[in-house]
Design a protein around this ligand. Structure first.
Ligand code: PGA
Length: 250
């Protein structure tokens, strides 16, 4: 749907600041495409140093999470304005690991979405079903409830910067990938939901990334699907060679 494909890397809890700068440098110097948006999401400590090291490259930098208050007595949290000032253009919201280990709910996802938009950072809202839910025929119901919960109260005009990531939980870090058809079908469902809940403009302008065991070998097939606007890569984004291989395949 989107004219420009995005390849995003989620580095999760990996890399020291020094290692993150080195990886970012390898990616920037090996990048041969300017028709693909490339985003890396380092850990918080490395975000600003990586953003500074990439300032003369087209590679974008994003956060992996943010808190919903802009400032205050919230020990240990990182806010939207802090991320923005550190150089983040995007932020992941409600990644399944946040849902699983850190109690993320639709309500907290919604608060984080609001905070990201308020700070001028493009949110990438992650949704996806578990294996059990897929086997129980609940995939669409789960996607619908995650989307409607996180986007409750929003109006179409507020969502120009929104991106979504379809990340089936059973495919994350497992080596199992959704088939091209499964990915395309889920994305089509999400886009249709956006149109019915908001309007055609939101449906057509929202990039929907696929995430879950994306590798150089399967990236081209997934990205060639009409409803897939890019990929969100975990494990394979930790090596410049495999991440660049995915970008080349896009
Ligand atoms: P994976 O992770 O590519 O290692 O499966 C994807 C993600 O968690 O975004």
């Amino acid at each position: 749907m989107s004219a420009k494909i995005m390849v995003a890397g989620n580095w999760k809890l990996h890399n020291t600041v020094e290692e993150a700068i080195a990886l970012a440098g390898e990616i920037a110097s090996g990048l041969m495409r300017d028709d693909v948006d490339v985003l890396v999401c380092p850990g918080f400590l490395a975000l600003e140093p990586v953003a500074l090291s990439l300032s003369s490259s087209s590679v974008l930098v994003g956060g992996q999470n943010l808190y919903w208050q802009d400032s205050g007595a919230y020990t240990g949290e990182v806010s939207g304005p802090q991320l923005k000032a550190a150089g983040a253009s995007h932020v992941l919201i409600a990644h399944s690991e946040r849902r699983l280990y850190f109690g993320e709910s639709e309500k907290t996802a919604r608060l984080r979405l609001e905070a990201a938009l308020r700070a001028g950072i493009k949110p990438i809202l992650c949704v996806g079903e578990t294996q059990e839910e897929r086997e129980g025929g609940q995939t669409e119901g789960v996607l619908q409830s995650q989307l409607s919960g996180a986007l409750a109260g929003f109006e179409a005009g507020q969502l120009g910067d929104l991106l979504l990531a379809y990340e089936p939980v059973w495919a994350i870090g497992t080596g199992l990938t959704a088939t091209e058809e499964q990915a395309n079908q889920a994305h089509a469902f999400m886009r249709a939901w956006l149109e019915s809940r908001f309007d055609k403009t939101v449906a057509n302008s929202t990039r929907i990334l696929y995430g879950g065991s994306v590798k150089p070998a399967n990236a081209a097939g997934l990205i060639s699907q009409p409803e897939v606007d890019g990929v969100l890569v975990g494990g394979a984004s930790l090596s410049a060679q495999s991440f660049l291989g995915i970008i080349q395949a896009a």
